[in-house]
Design a protein around this ligand. Structure first.
Ligand SMILES: [Zn+2]
Length: 61
C-alpha cells in the first residue's frame, strides 16, 4: 500500500513495514498517514515485514 509519511512516522513504521520511497526527489508537503498532520514528507510503498521467527502459520487466516 502507498502511504504518505513524515519522517518520525516513517521511522516508526519502518519497524513493522518495509518502506521504499515512491518517485519524488525533493521534500514535498504531504498529509501524513501516521499523525494526520500536514508536514514535509514522502510517499512510500509500504509492505508488512514477514515474521520469519514466529512460524505459527497454521494460526493465520
Ligand atoms: Zn506523521
Amino acid at each position: 500500500m502507498r502511504l504518505d509519511l513524515c519522517r518520525p512516522c516513517m521511522e516508526a513504521k519502518k519497524k513493522t513495514h518495509k518502506l521504499s520511497r515512491v518517485a519524488g526527489g525533493k521534500d514535498n508537503k504531504i498529509t501524513c498517514a501516521g499523525c494526520g498532520r500536514r508536514r514535509f514528507g514522502y510517499t512510500y510503498e509500504a509492505r508488512r515485514k514477514e515474521r520469519r521467527d514466529q512460524t505459527c502459520t497454521a494460526e493465520q487466516k
